[in-house]
Write a protein that binds this ligand. Sequence first.
Ligand code: C2E
Ligand code: CA
Ligand code: CA
Ligand code: CA
Length: 279
Amino acid sequence: LQQAQDKAVRYELYTEDLDKLQLRKRTLINDLPNAVTHDELWIDYQPKAALNTGRIEHFEALIRWHHPTLGLIRPDEFIELAERSGNISLLSQWMLIHVCQQLHIWNQAGQRLSVAINLSASDIINSQLPQQLEQLLKTYDLAPRQLAIEVTETTAMQDMSQAVNILKEISALGIVLAIDDFGTGYSSLAQLKRLPFNELKIDKSFILRLNTDEDDRLIVRSTIELGHRLGLKVIAEGVENYETAALLFKMGCDYLQGYWIAKPMPSHQVLDWLKHFKK
Ligand code: C2E
Ligand code: CA
Ligand code: CA
Ligand code: CA
């Protein structure tokens, strides 16, 4: 009897948790459009350091959402919801405009930086995108190389041929293209051949245990070599300590990104951070 009761209690807890989770998801999906218009989004910027020179000119833009009642929501949670509910282009548009504005402000302050934006599969099959990017470069007086786009393959990227054409157009504008989360199954060797990428980002799941895991070391070393043979710059994300950085340096990796260099920071801290980093 005790066992049956325990089971009943656990079951109740379980369904209650599921209900809560469902409710949270529904709330987030409903409130996403408001996030844009009610000023609840902001962007953190995380630097990438060039290993050969130690210079920092490249950043990645990472979206943040402060929900009025639920507090800070991680992009890992709401990006997927935005993709599934058809709201992702709203967020991507918001990101593109705000990043370009920010780059313009930094240019005027005498700092020519470059920023990478994460776009989703559905953004990449939007045939308006290349034209829109060209217009943004013009409006904010940016060099094409100041803008980079990071993409992963998802099952949603069904129309591969359309994506290829759009990515080629974007590449022809001089905008940098990076394949993100490389090695995770979302990003594959087939894509490297087909698409006009400039950079390959090794997913942090291979980097976090680089010091201790021999398999990860083998994978990362081979991926760097593969990337270089294909003429790509290689970036490692998730570099959390000196030992990892030293290993990646020995392996010939081009750029490092991770908490060891800096955590993602709001735009207003970037120029100060750069000043102190250079000292
Ligand atoms: P991602 O593109 O793989 O970005 C890297 C994630 O790793 C970021 O998480 C970053 O904060 C985190 N990270 C950086 N350095 C370290 C480190 O040293 N150690 C560890 N453990 N983590 C590190 P974040 O900001 O939570 O973003 C999560 C994911 O959400 C991103 O993964 C990206 O796929 C997606 N995302 C973020 N912003 C956007 C956006 O504007 N649009 C789209 N479509 N996706 C976005
Ligand atoms: Ca990324
Ligand atoms: Ca990743
Ligand atoms: Ca990712």
